[in-house]
Design a protein around this ligand. Structure first.
Ligand code: AOF
Ligand code: ZN
Length: 369
C-alpha cells in the first residue's frame, strides 16, 4: 500500500458523511503504522467528532510514530469540538499527510503550522484535486457566505424537458430519478419556480427512508402559490420559504399582506427580495438564504428560473441527465429559456467534471466557469 492508497481510503471514508455534515465539510482520516491501518474514521455529522478524532477513537494500538492521512487540514480552533491538532500531538503521531487546505479563516494554514512547530512532519496538497472534489459546497459557502447552487435538469437527447403538451412524466428512467432523490438529500435547499408549482403541484421532498428532505424554496414574485398546493399543505412538515417581490405601497400591497399572513399560518416562511423590475432578485435571495445557514441549493427550475439564475450568476454547477429518446417539437420546452445569446462566443462556458451512466441515462456534471 502506498500513500495514494491510504489517501484514497480516506476519501472513500469521507463520503460516508454525504448529506449529513452541512455546513461542515466531508472529511476522512486513516492512521497507518508499519504498513498497517490501525485506525480510521470520518466526520459523520455536523456537531459530532471530526474525522481525525474518530480515527483516533478507533485505534487498535498506540499511534506513536504513525502517519495520519487526512483529506482536509486538521483544525486548530475550538468550535463545536476541540482542536484536532491537540489530539494528533497527544497521540505522538509523527507524520501528517494532508489533502485539501482549509479556507476556514479560523484554520487556514494555522493547523499545519502548529503541527510543524511541534516537530510533526507535515505534507500538504497531497492528492489535493481529488480531496478538493469532496467539498465544493464547503469551500464556496465558508468564503462567499451564499449557497452553492447546482442547477439540475433532465432532458431528452434532443434537449427537451417536456413533450409539446408540457407532459414531462417521465423523461429519465427509475435509477436516474432515484439519483435525484439522493441529490435532494445531499444539498440543504431545493429551489423551484411558481410555474413548476402551478403546473406539477410537486412535493420537492425525499421519499427514500433514512434520507433527509431539503428546505423548499419557491420563487414566486406575485405570491400566487395556491393555499391548497402540496407545498403549502405540507409546510409544517418540511421547512418552506417563499421568495416574492413585495411592493411597499399601492394597490397590491394589502392583498399581498393578507396572503402572506395566510401563508405564515400554514407554516410557510416568506421573504421579499424585489429587484428593480418587480421580480425576485436572486442574488439578494442567495444572500438571505446564506444568512439562514443554507449552504447549498439544488435548483430544479423550469426554463425561466434557470435562465434567470444563470443571468444572475448564481449557478456554480450544472447536473444534466440525458435520456436516450427524442421528443421533437419547436415549442417543446428546453432547460434554459429567455432570449438566449446572439452568438456562440457569448455562451455561458462550462467545464465537464463528471460523466456517468445511470441505468439507460447519462449524468453529466459541469462547473460553471
Ligand atoms: C468538520 N469535520 O472532520 C474537520 C473539520 O464547529 P466544529 O468544531 O465542528 O468545526 C468545524 C470546522 O472544523 C470546519 O469549518 C473546518 O474548518 C474544520 N475541520 N470540520 O466538521 C472534520 N476536520
Ligand atoms: Zn478538527
Amino acid at each position: 500500500m502506498t500513500d495514494r492508497d491510504y489517501m484514497m481510503r480516506a476519501i472513500e471514508l469521507a463520503k460516508g458523511g454525504l448529506g449529513w455534515t452541512s455546513p461542515n465539510p466531508l472529511v476522512g482520516a486513516v492512521i497507518v503504522k508499519d504498513g498497517r491501518i490501525i485506525g480510521e474514521g470520518y466526520h459523520e455529522r455536523c456537531g459530532k467528532l471530526h474525522a481525525e478524532r474518530n480515527a483516533i477513537a478507533s485505534l487498535t494500538e498506540s499511534a506513536e510514530g504513525a502517519t495520519l492521512y487526512v483529506t482536509l487540514e486538521p483544525c486548530c480552533h475550538y468550535g463545536k469540538t476541540p482542536p484536532c491538532t491537540e489530539a494528533i500531538l497527544e497521540q505522538k503521531i509523527a507524520r501528517v499527510v494532508i489533502g485539501s487546505r482549509d479556507p476556514n479563516p479560523l484554520v487556514a494554514g494555522k493547523g499545519a503550522a502548529i503541527l510543524r512547530a511541534a516537530g510533526v512532519r507535515v505534507e500538504e496538497d497531497f492528492m489535493r484535486e481529488e480531496c478538493d472534489a469532496l467539498n465544493p459546497v464547503f469551500f464556496h459557502y465558508i468564503t462567499k457566505k451564499t449557497p452553492y447552487v447546482v442547477m439540475k435538469y433532465a432532458m431528452t437527447a434532443d434537449g427537451k424537458i417536456a413533450a409539446r403538451t408540457g407532459d414531462s412524466k417521465w423523461i429519465t428512467g427509475e435509477s436516474a430519478r432515484k439519483k435525484v432523490q439522493e441529490l435532494r438529500h445531499q444539498y440543504m435547499g431545493i429551489m423551484a419556480g411558481i410555474g413548476t408549482v402551478l403546473a406539477d403541484d410537486p412535493m420537492l421532498n425525499v421519499r427514500i427512508p433514512g434520507l433527509k428532505s431539503p428546505v423548499r424554496i419557491i420563487c414566486d414574485s406575485g405570491l400566487r402559490i395556491p393555499m391548497d398546493s402540496q407545498i403549502v399543505k405540507t409546510a409544517k412538515e418540511y421547512r418552506t420559504i417563499v421568495a416574492y417581490a413585495g411592493e411597499h405601497s399601492g394597490e397590491g400591497c394589502k392583498e399581498a399582506e393578507e396572503k402572506e399572513e395566510q401563508l405564515h399560518t400554514a407554516g410557510v416562511e416568506t421573504v421579499s427580495v424585489p429587484d428593480a423590475d418587480g421580480r425576485v432578485d436572486l442574488r439578494k435571495l442567495m444572500e438571505y438564504l446564506g444568512k439562514q445557514g443554507i449552504d447549498s441549493v439544488l435548483l430544479e427550475g423550469g426554463g425561466t428560473l434557470n435562465d434567470a439564475a444563470l443571468s444572475a450568476g448564481i449557478v456554480n454547477e450544472i447536473c444534466a441527465f440525458i435520456a436516450p429518446k427524442i421528443f421533437g417539437g419547436a415549442g417543446a420546452k428546453t432547460p434554459v429559456s429567455g432570449i438566449g445569446v446572439a452568438h456562440p462566443a457569448e455562451a455561458v462556458m462550462l467545464t465537464l467534471r463528471q460523466m456517468e451512466t445511470i441505468g439507460d441515462d447519462l449524468m453529466l456534471r459541469y462547473s460553471v466557469d
